[in-house]
Design a protein around this ligand. Structure first.
Ligand SMILES: [Zn+2]
Length: 272
């Protein structure tokens, strides 16, 4: 599932390619992808010029000259691909945006959990994502100290709770906990402020490094960038998906921890 670094990579690719270009038409062939409202509502954007591409957590926000906003959320397997008109559509292409002079933006999603929708009101504030916490790259240490102090859930469960921090999922939560030398299964409220400050630094460090490497593409190959290329950060994973392999810091075995329906990879020697 694409997390903040993958979505940010897409945002950085989308801006130079499509911003400033006019939408000629939007074609929806997979109604489940546009399921919050009648797919025909996308026709409101015909003739509109893409003004900016923003991001909050895992959500991409296409802002238009009219003030309207189109929101994309890739969830499990969604992909956004830039293509030239006339090139064959990939299987599971559910929506195509035709831009004058910039080709097509295609929404491809085998598992169809991803979605596209028009924000219910114009302007930069999108009501549909108002429940999200601050973007993980923008949240300060003070905010995290206060939020974690009142949550008894295990640290990883809090890190992936989008109402607390927007953008972190399974991969980066494990990598962040390892970087901060904290066990993902320890109760968040039991962390001392000095630990949370270390955690906040790890959130920024790990996410920034992953953005730099254009995100993580796992063995399933589901995440690719706007041009269909894989990311490179998977090669830098310290613990995620590495159960039984030697810890890259201490050489002992990386463990797979589990609680409830959740699991985490961690080195129980390096992380406390
Ligand atoms: Zn270790």
């Amino acid at each position: 599932m694409p997390e903040l670094p993958e979505v940010e990579t897409l945002r950085c690719d989308l801006r130079p390619r499509f911003v400033g270009h006019r939408l000629e038409r939007a074609e929806v062939t997979g109604p489940r992808t546009v399921r919050r409202h009648p797919p025909e509502l996308l026709a409101q954007l015909h003739g509109d010029v893409l003004a900016e591409v923003g991001r909050h957590g895992k959500y991409l926000l296409f802002q238009w000259a009219s003030g309207r906003a189109l929101v994309a959320h890739l969830r499990m397997s969604g992909q956004l691909l830039a293509s030239e008109p006339g090139t064959p559509l990939a299987r599971h292409t559910h929506a195509v945006l035709w831009f004058g002079g910039a080709g097509q933006l295609r929404f491809v999603d085998p598992r169809t959990f991803g979605e596209l929708f028009m924000a219910s009101s114009p302007g930069p504030q999108v009501a549909e994502i108002a429940h999200l916490g601050p973007d993980a790259l923008a949240a300060g240490a003070g905010y995290l100290v206060a939020e974690l102090a009142r949550r008894r859930a295990p640290l990883k469960s809090v890190l992936v709770d989008q109402r607390v921090l927007a953008g972190i999922g399974n991969i980066y939560a494990d990598e962040i906990c390892f970087d901060a030398r904290l066990r993902p299964d320890r109760p968040a409220a039991a962390l001392r402020p000095v630990h949370v400050q270390r955690l906040a630094a790890s959130v920024r460090r790990v996410l920034a490094a992953a953005v730099q490497a254009r995100g993580s593409t796992l063995a399933d190959g589901q995440y690719v960038d706007l041009n269909g290329q894989a990311g490179r950060y998977q090669g830098a994973h310290m613990v995620y998906g590495r159960a039984g392999q030697p810890c890259r810091r201490c050489g002992r075995e990386v463990a797979r921890l589990a609680w409830g329906a959740r699991q985490a990879y961690a080195c129980t020697h390096c992380q406390h």
